[in-house]
Write a protein that binds this ligand. Structure first.
Ligand SMILES: O=C(O)CCC(=O)C(=O)O
Length: 264
């Protein structure tokens, strides 16, 4: 059985192949792991949250910039009222529909193959590119001192809620860059000169996805997504899993407690 057909979960061979690719390249396409009925529910839920029809305390919203440029994002703005042009929504572990995707049985063996013992999540985020095209996301790593924890997590699963072909701002990776660790101690965006030194433009691999496809992503691999030119929504949901031993080291506010998942 191929990974594409295995909506219920990866076969042992497919899992072994994915783990090998993940270790080598820093990412691994996992094929379709979410069925169409659940996808329809997730898409409707995403719209309802963006339109304010479903409200949860503590969600973090960031709207697209007018220009579509990352540099022009208005930071700290949060909820701006009903709009399908939010770029990202964080803390979706509080939503029962997205929580089912976070704890999807098909994801558990993948996560447990990489993380021993109890598992928590650092974040559960919906990245959307609306009909207007969304905002470009530059080369970045998902780790660094600004994450405020005592070790870098390394396991993320990104799930396409809609088709994400090349012209819809699919994910792009620079294979193998996770092996170099953080580009800077701060982490986050990989500065243009560092990306140029790493020959990112010549080495990048675009990974188009179909709705329901999942991609395993190492937090240190350089990845990005451009604007969409399709005029259709392109939503991707990403969850960062990590060992429950991870500690929050931030000092200015109360240390974060992380949500435990896949409890036995
Ligand atoms: O979906 C996207 O456009 C970005 C996803 C991403 O950067 C991530 O999952 O870390």
């Amino acid at each position: 059985m191929t990974a594409r057909a295995a909506v219920a979960g990866l076969s042992p061979d497919a899992l072994a192949g994915a783990l090998e690719a993940f270790r080598r390249d820093g990412y691994a396409p996992l094929g379709k792991l979410v069925d169409d009925a659940f996808l329809a529910e997730l898409r409707a839920r995403a719209d309802a949250i963006m339109l304010g029809e479903v409200v949860h305390q503590g969600l973090f919203f960031q709207h697209d910039s007018e220009s579509g440029r990352y540099e022009d994002l208005e930071l700290g703005e949060g909820w701006r009222g009903p709009s399908l042009d939010y770029r990202k929504i964080e803390k979706l572990e509080v939503d029962p529909v997205f929580r089912r995707l976070i704890e999807r049985p098909a994801y558990e063996p993948i996560v447990r193959a990489l993380i021993a013992g109890d598992v928590v999540i650092y974040r559960a985020v919906l990245f959307t590119k609306g009909p207007k095209g969304g905002t470009e996301l530059p080369w970045h790593q998902d780790a660094g001192t600004f994450w405020g924890i005592d070790r870098d997590p390394f396991v993320q699963i990104w799930t396409a809620l809609d088709d994400a072909p090349r012209d819809a701002g699919c994910l792009e990776f620079v294979p193998g860059t996770h092996l170099g660790g953080r580009a800077t101690p701060l982490g986050g965006v990989v500065a243009d000169e560092i990306a140029a030194r790493g020959d990112a433009e010549a080495r990048l691999i675009a990974v188009p996805a179909k709705a329901g496809d999942a991609i395993l992503i190492h937090n240190h691999v350089w990845h990005r997504s451009r604007r969409s030119a399709t005029g259709k929504p392109r939503r991707g949901f990403t969850v960062c899993y990590m060992t429950a031993d991870t500690r929050c080291v931030r000092k200015k506010r109360k240390p974060r407690e992380f949500t435990r998942v896949f409890s036995r």
